[in-house]
Design a protein around this ligand. Structure first.
Ligand code: ADP
Ligand code: ASP
Ligand code: MG
Length: 814
């Protein structure tokens, strides 16, 4: 004999019921079958809702009743059973009884646990009858037997305790004489020994099936549900979760106790001693292998078997110096809670004995506080202890695995993974058996925590990065295109799964926590929501995704001002915007500190030399113990372009205009031509070399004409380039006379920095610098005479985008 249980979704529609009947038909060809069924999916909740409405004198209870009625009659109609069936008469009778009960609740304004059990029992009574009769009408050997006549409990309504000796005998006696191939039993429902209707607790149909399986000592218990087994974690919250092939009873019990709803926690208990395996299967995908829960050795490579979570947790803290060394506090605390029938889910006590921390269901928090404060009234009045502290909106997450005890460092990994993602841990509990490590965290962090932990323990090979890009102009657009093109490569070769979760320009922004579809991101952005910088930050923060990176592809001061906020949320920052790094030294230092404190990388390689690996190289030199003595560099792609194209046959104005048109200058060319841009760059290099310096400390000798320097607007400035052509020609002629090239040079020497136009003689490494190239020469203790030289294209959208991309990958490789 086999026992199968089908859950709410499995019997939630005529289509699914037909699937169930097909499975039962196949099974019953070789063996007799007991089939336990849940109520039609969602009906128990709807019955409770109608009951609550009636109790609250809310007439909507009639509508809720009608919905329940319609759901059942729709299913019956779709099953195509014809006129002759008893089902309609039975359903009518039961639904009339239900309506009378609801009317009664409405009238007396009361819904006791006893009445509630009577109310919810209708769900399973209806579904089991409908399925059994359908099978009979289709010529199959089937009968419905009311489990209330088999399973006997105490009168602990809503979660009654089973009297096994009577129940086992009832079950065995009934099945001894049953001749049908398939017996359909309603799950969840039972009766007390004085005949009151009771239930086994929410989700209790699994338990019914286990009780029957144990009473009949069958070879296997199958739980058919709407997912393909017990998953590594809740599949609704973690897309990458996958079914576990084999798991021990203990592990399954721990996972279900800590929230894996797929199995009702007490289910394991009746079958455990008899060693009856539980096979979890998917009604919607019967070929999937599912999960086997048994005592067999499992073949898992990971010591962590699964991760689960329980929501709606309240944390109670009892603390005070009066507790230290005095026995009896915990006893009184637990006794109080037990008298109130409050279940304690998690306990921790610091060895100082100064405080005890308990996790309970949030719904019990108020009752618990009143009861505990009353118990300790005297001690509180004498200031020996504080009134109990209650914190809510919390969740428990738990790592579960029989083998965790044999592996070191799992809790360390768990907590550092959570810490790295800015998830605050409020309490920790680890049983001495080490089958379970639990942490209490804020409810809002649960999804992120499960995803990061899952990635850490089950997908350790891939790291997901969630990128939020602000500014999709020239460079930003190239970056998005490069990401789109490289994503597959990164996943396959670097095990980095890169998703663009947010995009904005100055007008619109879009978000998608599963990653924006990059094939038509421009159209999506056009239809996006109104963008603001704060709005972008708020959404990025509230999505609360792991390994989030904010990418600033603007040159905007207000964006740079938000980096600190991002870093404080443990969101990494990658920027080509130079403003933050070249702002005050205090701000630069603050961002560095926040980056360390919140474990959020702050990378800005593209601030100097676009995609050239200048800052990274400098950081590596310093990290490996070298010391920079001097830097000489040509750092402006735009100025290099200008002076490489300017001569006695061209006009200075035309060359600058061309540089602007090709995107080599900032929108305001004065920032380049005044040397400010280069000054910012050498400032950043000096700071990264370990020197405290500000922009004002940099000596800047301008080459612009007087009127150019004084111009108020960009247009005015361009006009001065025309009128002062002679001034610029004289710069060229002077250099030419000495066989020199004009280069805009930045220097850092002996702790001092300067920028200015220089006449570079032939033979100097700068002399032959072409186009928009940059060059940096680092003189260090290890490179005292022959400098380390980095040279190449130092401007342009493509190379800047690839520099940003390299920073993102750096974070991924971390
Ligand atoms: P049924 O009605 O069949 O008893 P339940 O809704 O009680 O189904 O349980 C199945 C659901 O449990 C799944 O749809 C899934 O959302 C949830 N669940 C939570 N944690 C897990 C897990 N670790 N593995 C599988 N399912 C889980
Ligand atoms: N129908 C009951 C519930 O929803 C029992 C079950 O489905 O297991 O809780
Ligand atoms: Mg269930």
């Amino acid at each position: 004999m086999k026992v199968l249980k089908f859950g709410g979704t499995s019997v939630g529609s005529s289509k699914n019921i037909n699937n169930v009947i097909k499975i039962l038909e196949d099974y019953s060809k070789t063996d007799s079958v007991v089939c336990v069924v849940s109520a039609v999916g969602g009906i128990t909740d709807k019955l409770l809702l109608a009951g609550k409405e009636a109790q609250n004198k809310n007439k909507n209870y009639s509508d809720s009743f009608n919905i329940i009625k319609d759901i059942h009659f729709n299913i019956i109609n779709e099953l195509n059973l014809g006129e002759s069936s008893n089902i309609i008469a039975f359903a009518d009778e039961k639904l009339n009884e239900l309506k009378s009960l609801l009317d009664g609740i409405y009238l007396i304004n009361e819904l006791s646990p006893k009445t509630s059990d009577k109310l919810v029992s209708f769900g399973e009574i209806l579904s089991s009858y409908i399925i059994a009769e359908t099978m009979k009408i289709r010529g199959l050997s089937a009968e419905c037997k009311n489990s209330q006549e088999l399973i006997i409990t105490n009168s602990n309504f809503t979660k009654a305790e089973v009297n096994y000796s009577i129940s086992n005998k009832n079950i065995q006696d009934y099945f001894k004489s049953a001749s049908q191939k398939t017996t359909i039993l309603p799950g969840f429902v039972s009766k007390s020994n004085i005949g009151e209707q009771t239930t086994l607790g929410r989700g209790g149909s699994d338990f019914t099936a286990a009780i029957v399986a144990a009473a009949l000592n069958v070879t296997q218990l199958e739980i058919w549900t709407d997912v393909s087994g017990m998953f590594t974690t809740n599949p609704k919250l973690v897309k990458q979760a996958y079914p576990i092939d084999k798991i021990s009873y203990q592990e399954a019990m721990e996972l279900s106790h800590f929230g894996a709803k797929v199995l009702y926690p007490p289910t394991v208990q009746p079958v455990l001693d008899l060693n009856i395996p539980i096979h979890i299967k998917n009604t919607l995908e019967p070929e999937a292998v599912g999960t086997i829960i048994s005592n067999d050795e499992t073949n898992s490579t990971s010591p962590v078997k699964g991760i689960s979570n329980i929501s709606n947790i309240a944390l109670l803290t009892l603390q005070g110096s009066g507790m230290i060394g005095i026995p009896g506090f915990s006893k009184r605390l637990f006794e109080t809670l037990s008298q109130e029938k409050i279940n304690v889910i998690l306990i921790t006590q610091a060895s100082s004995e100064h405080s005890i921390c308990l996790g309970i269901d949030e719904n019990d928090a108020e009752r618990a506080k009143t009861a505990v404060d009353t118990t300790f009234e005297n001690e509180i009045a004498l200031h020996k202890i504080d009134p109990i502290i209650v914190e809510t909106e919390l969740s428990i997450i738990a790592l579960v695995g029989d083998n965790m005890k044999n592996h070191q460092g799992i809790s360390g990994k768990m907590f550092s993974t959570l810490g790295k993602n800015n998830i605050n841990i409020r309490a920790i509990a680890q049983g001495a058996s080490e089958k379970n490590i639990s942490a209490v965290i804020a409810e809002k962090d649960v999804k992120k925590a499960l995803n990061t932990l899952h990635e850490q323990f089950f997908e350790s090979k891939t790291k997901q990065l969630n990128v939020f890009i602000t500014g999709v102009g020239n460079v930003g657009e190239k970056l998005v295109e490069q990401i789109k093109q490289q994503r597959k490569y990164l996943k396959e070769n670097l095990k980095i799964s890169l998703r663009v979760a947010g995009l904005s320009n100055s007008r619109k922004m879009i978000f998608n926590e599963d990653g924006i579809n990059l094939s038509n991101w421009k159209e999506q952005l056009q239809d996006g929501e109104h963008a603001t910088l704060d709005g972008f930050f708020d959404r990025t923060k509230s999505l609360n995704l792991r390994n989030s990176i904010f990418v600033d592809v603007t040159a905007n001061k207000d964006v740079a001002n938000l980096y600190a906020d991002y870093l404080r949320q443990s969101i990494g920052v990658v920027a080509c915007n130079k403003i933050a790094c070249s702002s005050t030294f205090e701000n630069y230092k603050l961002l560095k500190r926040l980056s360390l404190k919140y474990n959020a990388p702050y990378l800005f390689e593209t601030n100097v030399g676009a995609g050239l690996p200048i800052i990274d190289t400098l950081n590596n030199l310093i990290a490996s113990g070298d010391k920079v003595t001097s830097i000489q560099a040509v750092l402006s792609g735009s100025l290099n372009f200008v002076f490489n194209n300017f001569n006695d046959t061209t006009k200075f104005y035309d060359v600058v205009k061309q540089a602007a048109a090709e995107g080599y200058t900032e929108p305001d060319p004065r920032i380049d031509l005044s040397g400010v841009d280069v000054a910012r760059k050498i400032l950043i290099l000096a700071r990264e070399s370990g020197v405290e310096m500000n922009l004002e400390d940099i000596q800047n000798t301008p080459f612009l004409s007087e009127s150019g320097i004084k111009s108020d607007t960009v247009d005015d400035f361009y006009q001065t380039l025309i009128s002062d052509e002679a001034h610029y020609q004289s710069l060229y002629t002077s250099a030419k006379a000495k066989d020199c090239q004009l280069k805009y040079v930045a220097k850092f020497d002996n702790g001092k920095a300067s920028v200015g136009l220089e006449e570079i003689p032939e033979g100097h490494p700068f002399y032959n610098l072409e186009g928009k190239d940059n060059i940096v020469m680092f003189y260090t203790q290890r490179y005292p005479e022959q400098p380390m030289i980095i040279k190449g294209a130092g401007a342009g959208a493509d190379v800047t985008a690839s520099g940003l991309f390299a920073d993102i990958i750096r974070i991924g490789n971390d």
